[in-house]
Design a protein around this ligand. Structure first.
Ligand code: SAM
Length: 334
């Protein structure tokens, strides 16, 4: 992995965004989307003649200097991710729409690779809140490096984020089918081996639709993340795995009993790993990684649920200790 290559691609993406923003009234992320599309085409699309000819020439010169085919997918993801981060700041993206930070993506990827069977060669993966696909792409690249062929699907309600996901994954040469819709509507997706998501936290506004779910609130709005967990399990194969980023107090709220009951009926709760508190502004905003496995096939309840505090990522020794703990848990429980 070359840091120089990553920085060089990021600089070109950012320069292209700035050139576009100087001439057309678009947000950073919209200009990044256009930049990605231009890179895939190899040139600027100026069919509507919105750009001055010198700008078109400067942009095309910039794009010609990019050789994506010589870069590893993970290098491309990192460069695109830096531009997404800048865009999220510049466009003041709301918290629930923020992409999943790399540190969290890497740990989710590590845990997933630990719990899938060692002989896995192919995996169908669905991200139910795919956003920019930064999380999905991190997991995709990591599985591919382990020689696991990935067939990925992603769903999101936000069209700009989903378009960025389409461009980002295409730049990384990933095969991902993306669907723009409310994930709580019926999905045209065949069952998958792994369902995942950095779930949006808060209330789901469509009460009539929420009512169809067992995890709906008895009165008023229901929690979107509860409904999304239930919906996700519905699209898992028997014995399939769910890996979700959820609020750490998931099971401690008043509304948690219906969710707990639904999980107990349909699946096995295999783990709940709390991310380091240093990553979050308040204890209330702290997140954890929830691991569940749908009942059926050869799935069985782990003798001991993996409950752990993930150490501060900078503390190498504590991180090693944590990884050993996960290894031991795997050997003894699944
Ligand atoms: N993992 C993503 C990434 O790396 O970019 C970030 C996910 S972000 C925290 C949560 C996502 O859930 C947002 O992209 C938001 O648009 C999406 N979302 C919220 N409600 C949704 C719904 N009802 N159906 C589908 N997507 C939804």
């Amino acid at each position: 992995m070359s840091q120089k290559e990553i920085e060089s691609l990021y600089t070109k993406l950012n320069t292209s965004v700035q050139l576009l923003q100087q001439e057309i009234d678009v947000s950073y992320l919209e200009a990044l989307l256009e930049t990605g599309e231009n890179l895939l085409e190899g040139k600027t699309d100026n069919s509507e003649e919105t750009l001055a000819i010198e700008t078109v020439n400067r942009l095309n010169f910039l794009y010609q200097d990019v050789s994506l085919q010589d870069m590893e997918p993970e290098e491309i993801r990192k460069a695109f991710q830096l531009a997404l981060l800048k865009g999220a700041k510049a466009d003041q993206l709301q918290a629930n729409h923020q992409m999943t930070p790399d540190a969290i993506g890497f740990i989710m990827s590590y845990l997933l690779e630990k719990i899938i069977p060692e002989e896995t060669t192919e995996l169908r993966v669905l991200d139910v809140a795919v956003g920019t696909a930064n999380l999905l792409s991190t997991i995709y690249n990591s599985l591919m490096l382990k020689k696991i062929k990935v067939d990925a699907e992603g769903v999101d309600i936000d069209d700009l984020l989903l378009s960025l996901a389409a461009v980002g994954t295409a730049l990384q040469r990933q095969t991902v089918r993306l669907t723009h819709q409310d994930v709580l509507q019926d999905l045209l997706i065949d069952p998958v081996d792994v369902v995942m998501g950095d779930l949006p936290v808060g209330y789901y506004p469509v009460d009539d639709r929420a009512k169809r779910f067992k995890t709906a609130a008895k009165e008023g709005h229901s929690y979107a993340h509860h409904l999304m967990i239930e919906q996700s399990i519905g699209y898992l194969k028997e014995g399939g795995l769910g890996v979700f980023l959820v609020p750490s107090q998931l099971f401690e709220t008043e509304e948690a009993s219906a969710l707990t009951k639904f999980i107990q009926e349909s699946s096995y709760l295999q783990g709940m790993l709390h991310l380091p508190k240093e990553l979050f502004k308040t204890e209330h905003s702290r997140k954890s990684i929830l691991l569940i496995q749908k009942k059926g096939a050869t799935a069985k309840q782990a003798k001991q649920v993996l409950l752990a505090e993930i150490p501060d990522f900078k503390n190498q020794q504590a991180m090693l200790h944590f990884m050993n703990e996960v290894d031991t848990w795997k050997k003894e429980n699944i």
